[in-house]
Design a protein around this ligand. Structure first.
Ligand code: SF4
Ligand code: SF4
Length: 93
C-alpha cells in the first residue's frame, strides 16, 4: 500500500507535506506533487497537514480520484525529490 496525492494538489504546492515525510518520498513537477509508492512507508503523517486534503491512503482514494493511484506511481520515480517547503503558488492554498 501507499499514500496518494490527488487532484486537489493541482497548482497548490503548499508543500507542508514534504516537511513531515520521514522518507522524502514526495516528487514534484511544474504543477503538483506525487508520492513514490515504492518509498512511502504509510506513516500517514502527511494527511493531516495538507490544507486541501489532497492526500489519501490508497484504500481510501475516492472513486472519482482513482486515476491518481496510477499517476503517482508512473510519475514520481522520474521526477525530482522535494524535501523542503517552498513558497506556494498561491492559486488555491
Ligand atoms: S500539502 Fe497537499 S496540496 Fe500542498 S503540496 Fe502537499 S499534497 Fe499538495
Ligand atoms: S504516508 Fe508517510 S511516508 Fe508516505 S508520503 Fe506520507 S509522510 Fe511520506
Amino acid at each position: 500500500m501507499t499514500h496518494v496525492v490527488t487532484e486537489a494538489c493541482w497548482e497548490c504546492k503548499d508543500t507542508e507535506c514534504v516537511e513531515v515525510c520521514p522518507v522524502d518520498c514526495f516528487h514534484e513537477d511544474k504543477v503538483m506533487l506525487y508520492i513514490d509508492p515504492d518509498e512511502c512507508i504509510d506513516c500517514g503523517a502527511c494527511i493531516p497537514v495538507c490544507p486541501v486534503s489532497a492526500i489519501y491512503y490508497e484504500d481510501d482514494v475516492p472513486a472519482d480520484q482513482q486515476k491518481w493511484i496510477e499517476l503517482n506511481a508512473e510519475k514520481a520515480p522520474d521526477l525530482p525529490v522535494i524535501d523542503e517547503k517552498k513558497e506556494p503558488y498561491g492559486k488555491k492554498c
